[in-house]
Design a protein around this ligand. Structure first.
Ligand code: FES
Length: 96
């Protein structure tokens, strides 16, 4: 896990949990959004438009809908508005 976006110095986080991104176990921390967990894992394409253009989070506050992913079988969930949960299953178009 690249984990480049998380601040480490002086930050204490709960023990990691695991979510599954297209079947791949991906560690993250309770309290993080799905978008944060995916970006921390180095994932930059969250969905594709009808023409195939890659999209990723833009606003991170629920407005742009560019962060839509499949979560536990539910399509088109805003990942920036959804907190991770242990064993959550995330579906992305370009990974796995
Ligand atoms: S990043 Fe804009 S709605 Fe999620």
């Amino acid at each position: 896990m690249p984990d480049r976006i998380r601040i480490h110095a002086g930050v204490r986080r709960p023990a990691p949990i695991v979510i599954h991104v297209n079947g791949v176990a991906t560690p993250c921390h309770p309290g993080e959004t799905v978008a944060t967990a995916l970006l921390a894992a180095g994932i930059v394409v969250f969905r594709r438009t009808a023409s195939g253009a890659p999209r990723a989070p833009v606003c991170n506050m629920g407005v742009c809908f560019d962060c839509l992913v499949s979560i536990d079988g539910r399509p088109a969930v805003r990942s920036c508005m959804t907190r991770v949960a242990a064993q959550m299953r995330i579906g992305l178009p370009d990974h796995g």
